[in-house]
Design a protein around this ligand. Structure first.
Ligand code: PMP
Length: 360
């Protein structure tokens, strides 16, 4: 059986060893006679699965004790509402607009309060990250919001905004666990797991304890209150149990590789191979300002849409899947998340070289 080189932006490639292990445990998880999909989320066995997942994640990211880890549902998109509902005490928040996913977050937050866009890269099609210094932070802002890695445009923050003592909230859906982050610099980090961690349906929220309060906007549904999930260790209702189980395996896989420092080195090497090629190529070019390039989503174009389409089509025929850029921007995008093997990246670049020679 041949596995495709899957460059999808999400749901995305997962480590083969994790999938094999899950397959082996599918019918009988550790002598229980059932799969993790079939067991009670209140059982001892599942309790151990979720506790171990959290423990490994805490180790990997160095999550301080005064932060809670929550495994929620609703996709990353639900956080766009949950964040203002829980954190907008003054009904004011500052957002940095770096593309599609901050636009969605901004639109959602505007339903609950005043949103100030304190910086934006829309003027150049989101091909860069705005200056992080001298931002005009609103005095009464309840928090400052960024998207740490922009899946659609392929940009990433290498330095986080300077925001004084304000609370920083970050969407890390497309780069969580790709490299170390100083969790203590953030009030809240969230990520839909379907890119770098596991199957769609789980959202990881890492939130500082003092931000978890009863004081939420009136009308906030029970399920959208961080406190209810924190008080119940993510087991207020039935959690996405199977997804959490796979996330736990992926956390362990990263730990076995050597943790986030090791993961970062591998990711830099992989992304470096593609970017080096793009910088030398006479046909392909990267679309993002060099200093803001993502390690996870590499976006590029040729000088014609016809050639882009030909490339995507021929790449697919060779087993390179999902290289088409996001439907709103066109061009190409190779998402090279943690689980994309080095050989996959090398094979892609060889194919690009060959394509360039044949279509000169
Ligand atoms: N934020 C980012 C950075 C994303 O890439 C995505 C999904 N592509 C989302 C949010 C939305 O995630 P979901 O589909 O889980 O709601």
């Amino acid at each position: 059986m041949a596995r495709a080189y899957n460059f999808s932006a999400g749901p995305a490639i997962l480590p083969e060893s994790v999938l094999r292990e899950a397959a082996e445990e599918m019918l009988d998880y550790k002598g229980t006679g059932m799969s993790v999909m079939e067991m009670s989320h209140r059982s001892k066995v599942f309790e151990e699965i979720i506790e171990n997942a959290e423990k490994t994640l805490r180790e990997l990211m160095g999550i301080p004790n005064n932060y809670k880890v929550l495994f929620l549902q609703g996709g990353a998109s639900q956080q766009f509402a949950m964040i203002p509902m829980n954190l907008m005490k003054n009904r004011v928040a500052d957002y940095v607009n770096t593309g599609q996913w901050t636009k969605r977050a901004i639109a959602e937050a505007r339903m609950y309060g005043e949103v100030n866009i304190i910086a934006s890269s829309e003027d150049r099609t989101f091909s860069y990250i705005p200056e992080v210094k001298d931002l005009k932070i609103s005095d009464d802002a309840d928090y400052v919001y960024i998207c740490h890695n922009n899946t659609v445009y392929g940009t990433k923050y290498n330095q986080i905004p300077e925001i004084g003592d304000k609370i920083l909230v970050a969407d890390m859906s497309s780069d969580i666990l790709s490299e170390p982050v100083g969790v203590e610099k953030y009030g809240l980090i969230f990520a839909g797991v379907q890119k770098n961690v596991g199957p769609a349906g789980v959202v990881v929220v890492i939130i500082r304890e003092d931000l978890i309060t009863e004081d939420v906007l009136s009308g906030t549904p029970t399920m959208l209150r961080y406190k209810i999930h924190a008080d119940n260790q993510s087991l207020y209702n039935t959690p996405p149990a199977y997804g959490i189980y796979i996330c736990g395996k992926v956390f362990k896989w990263i730990k076995d590789i050597g943790g986030l420092e090791a993961m970062k080195k591998i990711n830099q090497e992989k992304a470096g191979i593609v970017y080096d090629f793009l910088d030398k190529s006479r046909m392909f070019k990267g679309t993002v300002v060099k200093k803001d390039r993502s390690l996870m989503n590499v976006t590029f174009v040729t000088d014609s849409q016809e050639l882009d389409a030909k490339f995507v089509k021929e790449a697919k025929a060779e087993g390179f899947e999902n290289l088409k850029g996001h439907r709103t921007v066109g061009g190409m995008r190779a998402s090279i998340y943690n689980a994309m093997p080095l050989e996959g990246v090398k094979a892609l670049v060889s194919f690009m070289q060959k394509f360039e020679e044949e279509n000169r």
